[in-house]
Design a protein around this ligand. Structure first.
Ligand code: ASP
Ligand code: MG
Length: 416
């Protein structure tokens, strides 16, 4: 008998119909003779609504109270799904993260898992029951309720799969798998049968929303293969694992597009030791997630520094940078939120030189001007004007041989 962990994301359980559809799939999996452990997210945009609710009653919410509030979203889904399973003759029991012994550190809203005990899940399985667990949450070493960051139900699933020694960890979502590009932008995108964890991590870092970064990190480090698939079509999805790509695999696995970043440029920065530290330390302290950084070679003792960060952090970053710029004697601070990041990701890059050169040639032929470049061993990212993003992504997808040969025709999920 196989033990299968199934995780259902917010859109998969967004309304009563969806919860019933999910219950059908869980019941089917169980009737086929498997043991099933289910992890659920909050229904639809429930977490966003709870955050908005908190913002409307208070200006500075404590992490503890926010976690008390936010964990109710997942708890609701777990109870409802258990009821729907009972209707189908399946003995199901819901649990909070705390009840199943997901022990975390004390960092509210971004807690890290220290240990997964899972005793009650094992007992439920032994009794032939389906355990339905509220995702994204745990209990701290101080006995407080914690959450582990947005999208962390995936993490609950991989952590439980690892602790229970599950045979499979299925992540059900609103897309049919991991694609070579976002089909809403590149119609010729195709579903990948498999992706290496390292590629998935780079894709998440480059802006892919399919799996949350920390969940991929955990799954990679503990070697828990994830099967990303759709709760709408139920078809075979994408296997994310540590399996090394074979020589026949394409050099590039995907073109990732991201419009959620903005750029700040500090002009006329004195070229002296300590200025970068002076600039980026306060940003780090304010938890601004700086992504790409470019510093020009200095001419006449000054230089320009540009960097990107999430659009949501732009206002805060600007005010910090403005202050520092005055202190260090820089001439001017400008910003640009009409930018897009386009990244090529592929494990094959390690053994195949010339990817960046080819990328730049394709963009040159398209007349796209590159503003910033950054690379890792298996990724090349560029910043370009957002108006050019779609054209650039489509051209790169074609040039690197990723086109499926037919336009994507399935219904497109809502943008997250
Ligand atoms: N409901 C939480 C969120 O929206 C956790 C999750 O869905 O994984 O971030
Ligand atoms: Mg999610």
């Amino acid at each position: 008998m196989a033990l299968i962990v199934q995780k259902y994301g917010g859109t998969s359980v967004a309304d009563p119909d969806r919860i019933r559809a999910v219950a059908e799939n869980v019941a089917l999996t169980k009737r086929r003779g498997n043991d099933v452990v289910v992890v659920v997210s909050a229904m639809g945009k429930a977490t966003d609504h709870l955050i908005a609710l908190a913002n409307s009653v208070s200006k500075n919410q404590s992490g503890r109270e926010m976690d008390m509030l936010l964990t109710t979203g997942e708890r609701q889904t777990a109870a409802l799904l258990s009821m729907a399973l009972a209707d189908r003759g399946i003995d199901a029991v819901s649990y909070t993260g705390s009840q199943v012994g997901i022990i975390t550190d004390t960092a509210h809203r971004k807690a890290k898992i220290i240990e997964v005990r899972g005793d009650r899940v094992r007992a439920a399985i032994a009794e032939g029951k389906v355990a339905v667990i509220a995702g994204f949450q745990g209990v701290s070493t101080d006995k407080e309720i914690t959450t582990m960051g947005r999208g962390a139900s995936d993490l609950t699933a991989s952590a439980l799969a690892q602790a229970l020694g599950a045979d499979a960890c299925e992540i059900y979502t609103d897309v049919t798998g991991v694609f070579t590009a976002d089909p809403r932008i590149v119609p010729q995108a195709r579903k990948l049968a498999k992706v290496h964890f390292d590629e998935m991590l780079e894709m998440a870092g480059a802006g892919s929303k399919v799996l949350a970064m920390r969940s991929v990190e955990f799954a990679r480090n503990h070697d828990v293969p994830l099967h990303v698939r759709s709760a709408f079509t139920w078809e075979q999805g994408t296997l994310v694992s540590n399996e090394e790509p074979s020589v026949e695999d394409p050099i590039i696995s995907g073109v990732v597009t991201d419009m959620t970043e903005a750029k700040i440029t500090v002009l006329g920065v004195p070229d002296q030791p300590g200025v970068s530290a002076a600039l980026f330390e306060p940003l780090a302290e304010a938890n601004v997630n700086v992504d790409m950084i470019v510093q020009n070679t200095s001419t006449e003792g000054t230089t320009d520094i540009s960097f990107t960060m999430p659009m949501a952090d732009l206002a805060e970053a600007k005010s910090i940078v403005q202050k520092v710029a005055e202190q260090i004697g820089a001439t001017k601070v400008t910003h640009d939120d009409d930018i897009a990041k386009v990244s090529l990701v592929g494990a094959g890059m390690k053994s195949s030189p010339g990817v960046a050169a080819k990328m730049f040639r394709v963009l040159a032929d398209e007349g796209v001007n590159i503003q910033m470049i950054s690379t890792s061993t298996i990724r090349v990212s560029i910043i370009i004007p957002s108006a050019d993003m779609e054209r650039a992504a489509i051209a790169l997808h074609t040039a690197f041989g990723l086109d499926s040969g037919a336009d994507y025709s399935a219904p497109l999920p809502e943008r997250k």
